[in-house]
Design a protein around this ligand. Structure first.
Ligand SMILES: NC(=O)c1ccc[n+]([C@@H]2O[C@H](COP(=O)([O-])OP(=O)(O)OC[C@H]3O[C@@H](n4cnc5c(N)ncnc54)[C@H](OP(=O)(O)O)[C@@H]3O)[C@@H](O)[C@H]2O)c1
Length: 288
């Protein structure tokens, strides 16, 4: 039995859909914290197990008779490490043989401005390694699907205004990352290995502007705003403090090249080239 956590979310949901193409539904279970959100998952015929990363007893009950778990990292940053530890402890106590963890792909993590934000991923990996279970670290680079969040609503009219300098990012589709995770869970030989889940090319925001210009048939400019000006613009737009802080750290890390870790492991896991930025931008901004 394979159990996927975060199954009501984007990545976990994608993993489940790809698992269903590979194994019968009765070999798949989904951890959800709110059963009301699991209607679609129930329609697939998979087992729904209710549990919350904050509540160890719920996890212990949910992980009975499970062989492999995909732990999707929590999006609740308050006590991320202790939530992940609860999952790992409950898995180990239930005799789960293999736990796959969705971490982050970032260069020189301890030197990155994002270290404080990301260190729980690495501490989770250390904790999982020490648990004695077989592990796989799926280190994800940035989702292409986050690009509209960085570019804002009027990119085709006003151009890209973002403080990423010439930093390059090997954006990949979240759904293809989900597919790669499903492949890891249903094939052999991934125990105690780490994978860099990223595209084979890393693109700058100028590349993005060039692609959008070609697609739009008009110039879409790129202005790399000064960092302080960017923060001021987010404040003026009324974004909450936490969002501004995250945007500030992520854009600084992009500018510093912390995400510039392209690679071919995603391609190997998919058995084909991952979707490129041009195709993603075509679909996201022009449909089709
Ligand atoms: N690489 C990137 O660009 C990038 C971008 C954003 C996030 N991330 C990371 O990748 C993870 C997956 O991304 P995503 O897009 O799938 O996020 P998402 O759509 O927000 O999904 C997060 C999932 O985690 C579940 N969850 C949160 N807290 C939980 C708890 N206490 N107990 C049990 N389940 C809990 C959520 O359940 P509910 O449905 O009940 O809320 C949801 O199913 C995120 O959580 C975040 O750590 C990566």
């Amino acid at each position: 039995m394979i159990l996927v956590t975060g199954a009501t979310g984007h990545l976990g949901g994608s993993v489940i859909r790809h698992l269903l193409k590979r194994v019968p539904a009765d070999q798949i279970s989904a951890l959800v914290r709110d059963e009301a959100k699991a209607i679609k998952l129930k329609e697939y015929g998979i087992a729904i197990r209710v549990g919350d990363y904050h509540h160890p007893a719920s996890l212990s009950a949910a992980f009975r008779n499970v062989d492999k778990i995909l732990l999707v990292s929590t999006n609740d940053y308050n006590d991320r490490l202790s939530q992940h530890k609860n999952v790992i402890d409950a898995a180990a106590a239930n005799g789960v043989g293999h736990l796959v963890y969705t971490g982050v792909s970032i260069k020189n993590p301890t030197a990155s401005v994002l270290h404080g934000h990301m260190k729980d991923h690495f501490l989770t990996e250390d904790y999982l390694k020490a648990s004695g279970m077989n592990y796989t670290f799926m280190r994800h680079n940035l989702y292409a699907e986050m690009i509209p969040f960085y570019l804002g609503n009027q990119v085709l009219e006003k151009g890209i205004v973002f403080p990423a300098g010439e930093g390059r990012i090997p954006f990949a589709l979240r759904d293809e990352m989900g597919e790669a995770n499903a492949n890891i869970l249903t094939s052999r030989g991934h125990e105690n290995r780490s994978y860099n889940i990223a595209n084979e090319t890393a693109w700058s925001f100028q590349d993005m502007a060039d692609i959008l210009s070609a697609l739009a048939g008009k110039e879409v400019s790129y202005t790399s705003l000064g960092h302080e000006d960017y923060i001021d613009s987010l404040k003026a737009a009324g974004l909450p403090e936490l969002r501004i802080r995250a945007a500030s750290l992520f854009s600084a890390a992009m500018r510093n090249g912390d995400f510039t870790l392209p690679g071919n492991e995603l391609e190997s896991l998919l058995g084909r080239k991952p979707t490129g930025l041009d195709t993603y931008l075509q679909r996201a901004y022009f449909g089709g």
